[in-house]
Design a protein around this ligand. Structure first.
Ligand SMILES: [Zn+2]
Length: 412
């Protein structure tokens, strides 16, 4: 389908250009706060500078880069993404968002608009070097506490504040970037799915309902370890067996529900020798759902299951919360517009939740927000094997273009 003014093929070519410049056989190397990242951003800025109608390109206090094409009113529709990658990352995660948005700016910036159109390249979405993801977008959203991250160091012992300073960012001033959102009317983000859902349904594009809420716990069982030869089966207080039975219950509970996740990631046992059963076992449980009530009921069910199993296995159980985040729901009206846009370019659409967090999750509490997903082959991401068919990438850029036009009209 022809979408006026947008050259989606050029976006694909530019993605390849970027991959050539800052990637290679081992994958993308655009880790935030490094030279390769600066190189990618310089390339990107050069492209922005050539676009007629963009009157301002600036870097805010958090290191995010903003390009603005003013409109008839002060209100602004924002297109967001991140050019940074994980080490040995893919060519599309984050890069598709900004390079697709670049092409949309090229099509729309030279024309008259009811509202301003802005593009933001968020700094350090991945948190690959210092372990704090959504870095730039949470600073701008005003939810980054400098004290929480001040002590972070990379694997070479470089302190976060020093690395930021090398790139002209002062930790204590990052939250001042909040003023960028003064006239923000809506936030749009295109991203690869990073999962297998769209591919399994044989669909190129989907509309994202929001990002999963997460409940993350450590569950510890304590019994008594003893000799594997001398201890009859019916008197054992085997903590590992209690944990294993629990893991299966967590999995089965999630399977009975619609589109939720439950994962046991780590399992540690003691004494972990071949001649004894384990008197102590610690496991993780990571539960995810889009509906807060569903998430709460999953947690209740898991808690009850471990209590029951602990009694049956004659061990004790204790829970410790490691982390949690509420589900973040995107805007109903923008979801509708996104569905229209996807239907127009692909003929069919699908609504799905996002498992991973994205910068859009930082923006959604502050303004109407929506995301588009494009199919990921084999559901792979954060690896050099990450890929999407080029014709689907082109459709995704066309859909973002249409969504931007519709949203500017809606926001006027
Ligand atoms: Zn990403």
């Amino acid at each position: 389908m022809q979408t006026e003014g947008v050259d989606a093929r050029r976006a694909v070519d530019e993605l390849k250009e970027l991959a050539e410049l800052t990637g290679g056989p081992d994958g993308a190397r655009r880790v935030a706060w490094t030279e390769e990242w600066e190189k990618a951003r310089e390339w990107f800025r050069g492209k922005l500078e050539e676009i007629e109608g963009i009157t301002e390109i600036e870097t805010d206090e958090a290191g995010n880069v903003w390009a603005t094409a003013p409109g008839d009113s002060e209100k602004a529709v924002i297109l967001g993404g991140h050019i940074d990658s994980v080490p040995n990352g893919g060519w599309l995660d984050g890069a598709l968002n900004v390079v697709g948005a670049l092409e949309v700016m090229r099509a729309l910036a030279p024309r008259q608009r009811p509202v301003a159109l802005r593009l933001v390249d968020w700094a350090d979405e991945e948190g690959a070097r210092f372990g704090r993801s959504l870095f730039g977008s949470s600073a701008t959203a005003g939810i980054l506490d400098p004290e929480e991250v001040r002590g972070l160091k990379d694997k070479d012992g470089v302190a976060l504040p020093d690395a930021l300073a090398e790139h002209g960012v002062e930790l204590d001033r990052m939250n001042e970037s909040h003023k960028q959102l003064e006239n923000a009317a809506a936030y749009l983000e295109l991203h690869i799915e990073q999962g297998p859902v769209l591919e399994r349904m044989d669909l190129p594009l989907g509309v994202v309902l929001g990002t999963f809420g997460v409940e993350r716990h450590a569950v510890r069982f304590t019994g008594q370890h003893a000799h594997s030869g001398s201890t009859p089966m019916d008197v054992r207080r085997d903590a590992f067996i209690a944990a294993a039975r629990s893991a299966i219950e967590f999995r089965d509970d999630a399977r009975r529900r619609d589109d939720v996740r439950a994962t046991t990631g780590f399992v540690n046992v003691s004494p972990a020798i071949v001649t004894a059963f384990n008197g102590w076992c610690e496991m993780s449980l990571d539960q995810r759902a889009l509906d807060p009530e569903v998430l709460a009921s999953m947690l209740d069910a898991a808690y009850d299951a471990t209590e029951r199993i602990a009694t049956e296995e004659d061990v004790s159980v204790e829970w410790e919360r490691l982390w949690r985040i509420e589900p973040i729901l995107f805007d109903e009206e923008l979801i509708g517009l996104a569905e229209e846009a996807v239907n127009e370019v692909a003929g069919t659409s699908h609504r799905l939740p996002s498992g991973p967090l994205h910068d859009a999750a930082s923006m959604a509490p502050l303004m109407p927000t929506v995301m588009l997903f494009v199919k990921s082959l084999r559901g792979l991401s954060h690896t050099k094997d990450e890929d999407t068919p080029e014709e689907d990438l082109e459709l995704s850029v066309q859909a973002l273009h249409r969504l931007a036009v519709k949203t500017m009209d809606w926001a006027r």
